[in-house]
Design a binder for this molecule. Structure first.
Ligand code: R5P
Length: 294
């Protein structure tokens, strides 16, 4: 990406945007956003726009942001942007990837195609893709790139707790556990999880000795917090010395932070893919390197 590329962001993501602009050598500008009393929004983009524009928008609380993306992308094209990249560090609607019951919308496919219609390239971090192997299958843009923050989280965990036992709360976390454990040779294991509802999960611990160990639970997303909380309770009951948590996407919806803390979790660390008080690791260098490849 040349310095002529413009990085656009919204006011609420300026902290990450500034780090990304610095790391990637991009010029930064914000999209002005006005919310009318009835909830409609009016956006204003800076002008003139260069031919290459990158929009940073993490898609937690996704519904209103999907309208923002539609308005921003279409306006950017009208203002002359020829190549549009979406950097959505957290990519929403990736979990509903099949119709579990007749009549259900397959949100991953619908939202993925919508984004591919708007953007030439889409970059995200640790998307929840478990029944497909590449982001492009879900988001058929010309370029679709899924990065992983697991090695960054692994480095951070090592700096805080070099003898950590890394535990993933479900089978899907194995990929992140393996990536994070690799560099620092952490002992590790992965639980089995059965989900009975939005806030009801059943966890089975792996056959790994946890007595006296400082455990770090590593996962992609903390949403309701019940996956982490239930796993932490079982680990502490089984004799773990401490349980800390490291996640890529700190959604922590509603009372999730309290749920996790009440389960006995000590430290809670996350990347800045979603702005949150637990942010400890920046994904900016990772995303900047990917943008430079483009
Ligand atoms: C699902 O498999 C993900 O990897 C997370 O474990 C899940 O989204 C966490 O959700 P919650 O915090 O609501 O239990």
């Amino acid at each position: 990406m040349s310095t002529a590329t413009l990085l656009l962001c919204f006011e609420d993501e300026l902290t990450l945007a500034r780090k990304l602009a610095d790391a990637a050598g991009l010029t930064l500008a914000t999209v002005d956003r006005h919310v009318f009393p009835d909830g409609e929004i009016k956006l204003r983009l800076p002008t003139p726009l260069p031919p290459r524009v990158v929009l940073l928008r993490s898609l937690h609380d996704p519904n209103a942001k999907l309208v923002e993306l539609l308005l921003t992308a279409r306006t950017a094209r009208e203002l002359g942007a020829e190549h549009l990249t979406l950097v959505a560090p957290y990519l929403a609607y990736m979990r509903q990837d099949v119709a579990f019951q007749l009549g259900e919308a397959v949100s991953q496919r619908i939202i993925g195609s919508h984004l591919a219609d708007l953007f030439d390239a889409v970059i995200t971090v640790d998307p929840h893709l478990h029944r497909i192997s590449s982001l492009k299958e879900a988001v058929p843009a010309t370029q679709a790139l899924a990065l992983t923050a697991a090695p960054l989280l692994g480095d951070f965990v090592h700096s805080q707790c070099p003898d950590a036992l890394l535990i993933g709360p479900d089978e899907e976390s194995e990929q992140w556990i393996t990536a994070a454990a690799r560099q620092h040779h952490f002992d590790h294991g992965v639980c089995r999880k059965t989900r009975h509802g939005d806030r009801q999960v059943e966890i089975t611990l792996p056959d790994v000795a946890v007595t006296g160990r400082a455990v770090v639970l590593l996962d992609d997303i903390a949403s309701s917090g019940h996956t982490l909380a239930q796993t932490a309770r079982l680990l502490l009951r089984s004799g773990a010395r401490s349980v800390d948590v490291a996640v890529t996407h700190a959604l922590f919806s509603g009372d999730a932070l309290q749920v996790v803390r009440e389960a006995g979790v000590g430290q809670i660390w996350s990347t800045d893919s979603v702005t949150h008080e637990s942010n400890s690791v920046s994904i900016a260098p990772l995303v900047a390197a990917a943008l430079q490849q483009f």
